[in-house]
Ligand binder design. Structure first.
Ligand code: NAP
Length: 289
């Protein structure tokens, strides 16, 4: 695969801080080369206060666009000329497309979650879903599941100082997607968790519970909550096999790990940048196994 940067090569970039650990440059550059697309992708360490200047540079350099990571996602949303429905609801962007100086912001995390389920033969449309958490990943998943036609969403949140986030997510979704019925329950009540799982097709953990170094923990504390046929997905990808997924699988559930969401949010961004499908199987084999 020969690849030469020319006078016509277009630039894309990840902005955020830190960015040095990101796998995005390898994933996108591999895909550009594989499909013969004349673009290169780099990472720039940009603090929150410098986001407007970075986006001016994106226009000035006629970059094709890029991605945004923490802590820049909300500052970047405020600088967009247009927002996708999900980005508008959440007030954050992780993907930017530059069309002749007009910047459109998208958030593909939730789409990545839905696309990953679809790649496993699981449809979100008309389903009933429980999502534990109300942080960045949980909000993106809740919003996208509603936009993708979920019939009912139960948000599980521990009752502490940030419980209001779950109530706000529910209100935001009810307003934007009235066809989706949303309820909020206490994550620490075993009865509430059991009732939510019993009426759900899909149960999602989008909290930090189960993530290293607390990988001995699970949001489902009693295995009797699981039932054969329940789909259990984890946003956590470190470790890949969380306690939640191990116990779910042992109880006859279908278990979906967090790596696919990461891969497919990149594939969704790639489609927005290029109008083409990312070579997902090759990228998965090369960078996600
Ligand atoms: P975040 O914005 O900080 O939100 C964390 C959420 O977890 C909050 O709702 C928090 O609630 C809850 N939480 C934390 N500790 C808890 C505990 N002990 N019991 C109950 N709830 C608890 O983080 P995030 O960005 O959403 O990330 C969450 C997880 O998803 C991380 O493991 C991250 O790596 C993963 N993630 C995966 C992807 C992917 O593509 N697979 C993408 C993004 C994130 P409180 O406010 O009550 O603490």
């Amino acid at each position: 695969m020969n690849y030469e940067i020319t006078g016509k090569t277009r630039l894309l970039a990840l902005i955020g801080s830190p960015v040095g650990h990101s796998g995005s440059p390898q994933m996108y550059n591999y895909s550009f080369q594989k499909l013969g697309i004349d673009c290169v992708y780099v990472a720039f360490d940009v603090g929150k206060e410098d986001v407007p200047r970075a986006l001016d540079a994106m226009r000035l350099f006629q970059m094709r666009g890029g991605n945004v990571t923490m802590p820049d996602k909300t500052s970047a949303a405020a600088c967009m000329d247009a927002l996708s429905p999900a980005a508008e609801m959440i007030g954050a962007v992780n993907t930017i497309v530059n069309d002749d100086g007009r910047l459109t912001g998208y958030i593909t995390d939730g789409e990545g979650f839905v696309l990953n389920l679809e790649s496993n033969g699981i449809a979100v449309k008309d389903s009933s879903i429980t999502v534990a958490g109300a942080g960045g990943a949980a909000t993106a998943i809740q919003v996208q599941c509603a936009l993708s036609g979920a019939r009912h969403i139960t948000i599980l949140k521990r009752k502490n100082a940030t419980y209001h986030k779950a109530l706000e997510n529910a209100e935001m979704i009810r307003k934007a997607v009235p066809s989706c019925d949303v309820t909020v329950e206490d994550l620490e009540s075993l009865d509430a968790v059991r009732a939510a799982a019993a009426k759900s097709d899909i149960f999602v953990n989008a909290t930090n519970v189960g993530m290293k170094p607390n990988d001995g923990e699970s949001v489902i504390r009693d295995r009797s909550v699981f039932r054969p046929g329940l789909i259990v997905a984890d946003a956590v990808y470190n470790p890949l096999r969380t306690r939640l997924l191990t116990e779910a699988e042992e109880s006859g559930c279908t278990a979906i790990d967090g790596r696919g969401m990461l891969l497919w949010q990149g594939a969704a961004a790639f489609r927005l940048f290029t109008g083409l499908e990312m070579p997902v199987s090759e990228v998965k084999a090369r960078f996600f196994s």
